[in-house]
Design a protein around this ligand. Structure first.
Ligand code: ZN
Length: 302
């Protein structure tokens, strides 16, 4: 057994008998340590994951494993489709370093560190909102609770489809009047960040499905959202579109990317006609702008 030089030097400073005991103790502990290494039949996966998507805060990330594999993101299970496809998203305030662990059907395990790039968020002041929409009155609470419940259900992710994989289109043609992640100050009061991408356009222009999927929520008159539609694109990825003056689809209906789902409007908490488009991976709020394949519209208004 070879002993590192530093240990040799230390040992040489000790008397002969003590030196022998130290040597024996060292040899024994090394032998015990060797026995304690788990004898595992699981081989390590030499190849890393081929990840695609935006490795930034608010990004949707996907990839593919062998069919029958399992995947964990920081120890939390991530669904893997029948063909091995997986998708997950990271939020606005996502930390920089994540660990992806997977196990193939044959038991081979692998691990990879995922680095998420942080972003800068802009500050957005919105004034002149009807006060009751900024601080909803008590009389709204009961109704609001029901509405929030329906939004939560709509984002549960009921479909195994992979419509999110085909890319997204703009839900309306207009100018971008609000971006994801900005810190909002409503009527002078700092509020939680804005998670939508706002596209402003004249009232009545068509709002279309940004990607195909099944309609899991369709309502014409929510307190803060006005006309609202949620589309389930599969594997936990959903789009929520609101402030619409009219909603033209029904819950349970399949829509294709580009299908008209409603009329752009200013219902709910809005200062002017626009559609607010949100994208979620389950409860994680993502940046819709990152998902638009062709980006002909400017990123920011003004
Ligand atoms: Zn908005």
């Amino acid at each position: 057994m070879s002993v590192p030089q530093s240990i040799h030097t230390t040992l040489n400073l000790l008397p002969q008998t003590v030196r022998m005991y130290v040597f024996l103790a060292l040899a024994m502990s090394l032998a015990i340590a060797a026995l304690m290494v788990p004898v595992s039949k699981v081989k390590a996966d030499d190849g890393g994951l081929n990840l695609d998507g935006d490795m930034v805060q608010g990004g949707l990330i996907h990839g593919r494993l062998q069919a029958g594999s399992k995947l964990w993101l920081d120890g939390e299970p991530v669904a893997v489709g029948a063909d091995g496809t997986f998708v997950f998203g990271v939020g606005r305030d996502a930390k920089e370093s994540w660990t992806l662990t997977w196990q193939k059907a044959d038991g081979v395990k692998g691990q990879q560190v995922l680095t998420i790039e942080p972003r800068q968020w802009k500050i957005e002041r919105v004034d002149g909102l009807p006060p009751k929409t900024v601080t909803p009155p008590k009389s709204w609470l009961e109704r609001r609770k029901k509405e929030t419940g329906r939004v939560v259900s709509g984002r549960k992710g009921i479909s195994d489809d992979k419509h999110w994989l085909s890319g997204f289109i703009w839900p309306a043609s207009g100018r971008v009047s609000g971006v994801y992640g900005s810190q909002r100050i409503l009527n002078g009061n700092p509020r939680s960040p804005h998670y939508g991408l706002d596209v402003a356009a004249p009232k009545g222009v068509p709002v279309v499905a940004p990607a195909s999927g099944i309609v899991t929520l369709a309502a014409k008159d929510f307190l803060l959202e006005g006309g609202i539609v949620i589309i389930d694109h599969g594997m936990g990825v959903t789009s929520t579109l609101f402030h619409m003056d009219d909603v033209l689809v029904e819950e349970g209906q399949m829509v294709a990317a580009g299908d008209e789902i409603g009329k752009l409007g200013d219902k709910g908490r809005a200062t002017g006609p626009h559609v607010d488009w949100r994208v979620n991976w389950y409860k994680v709020r993502l940046d819709p702008y990152l998902l638009v394949k062709d980006k002909p519209m400017p990123e920011k208004a003004e």
